[in-house]
Design a protein around this ligand. Structure first.
Ligand code: ADP
Ligand code: MG
Ligand code: ZN
Length: 488
C-alpha cells in the first residue's frame, strides 16, 4: 500500500478510573444509572461550589504512570481548559496541561510474530470526564440531522487518565497492528493494575488514533488527522489502516491532508470528516485556582510502586514456563477463560498439571453442557484444589473425585462434606478388602488358578471384580497386593 510513504502514529487513550466517587466531588460513578441522578452542585458547577481532589484517583494515576515507566511529577497543578460544549456544564474542563502527573515513559508491546516493539509514552495526566449527549431524530446518532439532543451529566466529573504516546515511527506497514497491539497491552496493563474495568464497549477505555504520512525521504512529519470514536481493539487496527490508505490517496493525487478530527464508522470501517482541529492556544489554559497543587512525596510514590503487579505478559510467560505448557495449550487456556482459574487453583496448593486438567476437561465439559462460562460454575478454585488434595492424599480415587465435584456443583457443600455424605472415601480397611478379595477369588476359580500358575496379569480381573463390589471405593493398589498374596 505504502511505497512512497512512512506512517507516523500517535495514540491517545482515555481511561475512566474505577473510583467509587467522581474526581472533584462525592457523587457516585456507577455506570448505567437514570440520567442526571448522580450529580451535585460541584460537578454541575453551580455558583459557590468548590472542587476537592479525589485522593484515590491520584493514587490510580500515579500507579498507571509508574507501570508505564514514567517519572512522577513531585508538584503539579490542575489547569482549566476553556471551551463551550453542552456536555460540559462548567464551560471548562479541569485537566492537567503543562504539569501532568506522569511524563516520559514507555510500554513494550508484543506483536503477532512475538517480537517486541517499544512505544514511548509522552505523558499521562488526570482530568474529568464530560457528560453524555444523545442526539435524537437523526439517522446517524450524531448531531448532524438530529432534531434535538438529550444531556446526561452522570458522567460529568468522573475521573479520567489520558495517556498520550510520543509519535510512533518505524512501524512501516505494520502501523495498524502496532496500534492495536499497543491498546491491547495498555488495556491488559490497566486491568492488572485494577484501576478501571477497561470496557471499550462501555466507554471506560476510549482511544483516539492520530495518523500522518511522510515521504520516505522527508525529515519532518506530515499533517495528522485524529480519529475519534474507535470503540474496539479490532476497530483501532481498521481505523488506522483506513486512514493510512485515505491519506496516501489524497497525497498521491497531489492533494493535501487537512489537520482535523475524524469520526470512525463501526459499520463500514471508514472515517469521516469531523471538526477542524483547535490548537492548544485556543483553549486558554490557565492554572486551576480552586484546587491545591498535587504534590505526592517520594515515600508515597515508592509505596505505590510496591503495589505494582507483575506485568501481564511477563506473568503469562512465567506461568507458561512454570506449568510447562506449549504455546498452543497456553492460547487455549487464555481463550477458554481457564487461565486465571487454573492459576488460582495452583495458588490454592494444587499441582499445575492436575489443576489444568480439571478445568480444561471435566469442568469445561460441565460448563459446556450447562451453557455457562467456566467462571460461572458453582465451584471455586479453592474447592478444586481441595479435591485434588483428597486424591493425592489417597482419600478418594479419580472416580470418587469426579463425584465430589458433581456434588459441589449441585450445591451439596464443601468437597470433604460431599465425600463423607456420598460415602466416597477410599476403602483401606484390610479386613474388609481381604474379605472382598476372597469372595471374588471364590467366585472366579478359573481366574484364580491362572494367577496361581504365574499369570499375574490375570489379577486385573479380580481387582476389577472387587472394585465393582465396593462401588469403586476400594484402594485398587492395595487390592492387587492382596490378590497376589492370596495366590502365591
Ligand atoms: P491533541 O490535543 O491535539 O489531541 P496531543 O498532544 O494530546 O494533541 O496528542 C497528539 C498525539 O499525536 C500524540 O500522541 C502525538 O505524539 C501524536 N502526533 C503528533 N504529531 C503527529 C504527527 N505528525 N503524526 C502522527 N501523530 C502525531
Ligand atoms: Mg489530546
Ligand atoms: Zn458531583
Amino acid at each position: 500500500v505504502l511505497k512512497k510513504f512512512d506512517p507516523v502514529l500517535g495514540m491517545e487513550v482515555h481511561v475512566e478510573l474505577g473510583t467509587a466517587t467522581k474526581m472533584f466531588c462525592g457523587c457516585p460513578t456507577a455506570f448505567g444509572a437514570e440520567p442526571n441522578t448522580q450529580v451535585c452542585p460541584v460537578c454541575l458547577s453551580l455558583p459557590g461550589a468548590l472542587p476537592v481532589v479525589n485522593a484515590a484517583a491520584v493514587e490510580s494515576a500515579i500507579r498507571i504512570g509508574l507501570a508505564l515507566n514514567c517519572s512522577i511529577t513531585p508538584w503539579g497543578r490542575f489547569a482549566r481548559k476553556n471551551y463551550f460544549y453542552p456536555d460540559q456544564p462548567k464551560n471548562y474542563q479541569i485537566s492537567q496541561y503543562d504539569e501532568p502527573i506522569a511524563t516520559e515513559g514507555y510500554l513494550d508491546v508484543v506483536l503477532d510474530d512475538g517480537s517486541t516493539f517499544r512505544v514511548e509514552i509522552e505523558r499521562a495526566h488526570m482530568e474529568e470526564d464530560t457528560g453524555k449527549s444523545t442526539h435524537v431524530g437523526g439517522a446517524t446518532g450524531r448531531i448532524e440531522g438530529a432534531s434535538h439532543s438529550l444531556l446526561d451529566y452522570n458522567r460529568a466529573g468522573v475521573p479520567l487518565v489520558e495517556i498520550v504516546t510520543k509519535p510512533i515511527t518505524g512501524t512501516g506497514e505494520r502501523a495498524p497492528e502496532v496500534a492495536r497491539a499497543y491498546v491491547t497491552a495498555l488495556r491488559d496493563l490497566l486491568k492488572s493494575l485494577d484501576v478501571s474495568d477497561v470496557r471499550m464497549d462501555q466507554g471506560s477505555l476510549r482511544c483516539d488514533a492520530n495518523v500522518s504520512l511522510m515521504e520516505k525521504t522527508a525529515t519532518e512529519f506530515g499533517t495528522r488527522t485524529e480519529t475519534k470514536n474507535v470503540n474496539s481493539l479490532k476497530s483501532v487496527e481498521i481505523a488506522v489502516r483506513y486512514e493510512m490508505r485515505r491519506q496516501a490517496a489524497v497525497l498521491e493525487s497531489g492533494g493535501e491532508v487537512v489537520q482535523e478530527t475524524r469520526h470512525f464508522q463501526e459499520s463500514d470501517g471508514t472515517t469521516s470528516k469531523g471538526r477542524k482541529k483547535e490548537t492548544a492556544e485556543d483553549y486558554r489554559y490557565f492554572p486551576e485556582p480552586d484546587l491545591a497543587p498535587v504534590a505526592p512525596d517520594a515515600a508515597w510514590i515508592e509505596e505505590l510502586r510496591g503495589t505494582l503487579p507483575e506485568l501481564p505478559w511477563l506473568r503469562r510467560a512465567r506461568i507458561q514456563a512454570d506449568w510447562g505448557v506449549s504455546d498452543e495449550e497456553m492460547r487455549d487456556l487464555v481463550n477458554s477463560g481457564a487461565l486465571e482459574l487454573v492459576a488460582a487453583t495452583v495458588d490454592a496448593g494444587a499441582p499445575a498439571q492436575s489443576a489444568r486438567s480439571w478445568w480444561v476437561s471435566y469442568l469445561a465439559q460441565k460448563a459446556n453442557i450447562a451453557g455457562v462460562e467456566l467462571t460461572e460454575l458453582a465451584i471455586t478454585p479453592a474447592q478444586v484444589a481441595a479435591v485434588v488434595a483428597l486424591v493425592s492424599d489417597g482419600k478418594v480415587n479419580n472416580n470418587g473425585a469426579r463425584q465430589i465435584v458433581d456434588g459441589v456443583l449441585a450445591g451439596e457443600g464443601e468437597p470433604a462434606d460431599v465425600m463423607a455424605a456420598r460415602g466416597l472415601v477410599v476403602e483401606k480397611d484390610d479386613t474388609k478388602l481381604q474379605a472382598a478379595v476372597d469372595e471374588a477369588l471364590a467366585a472366579n476359580p478359573g481366574v484364580a488358578d491362572k494367577i496361581r500358575s504365574g499369570k499375574v496379569q490375570a489379577a486385573g480381573a479380580i481387582v476389577g471384580a472387587v472394585m465393582k463390589a465396593t462401588r469403586g471405593q476400594a484402594d485398587a493398589a492395595r487390592v492387587k497386593e492382596l490378590v497376589l498374596a492370596a495366590c502365591s
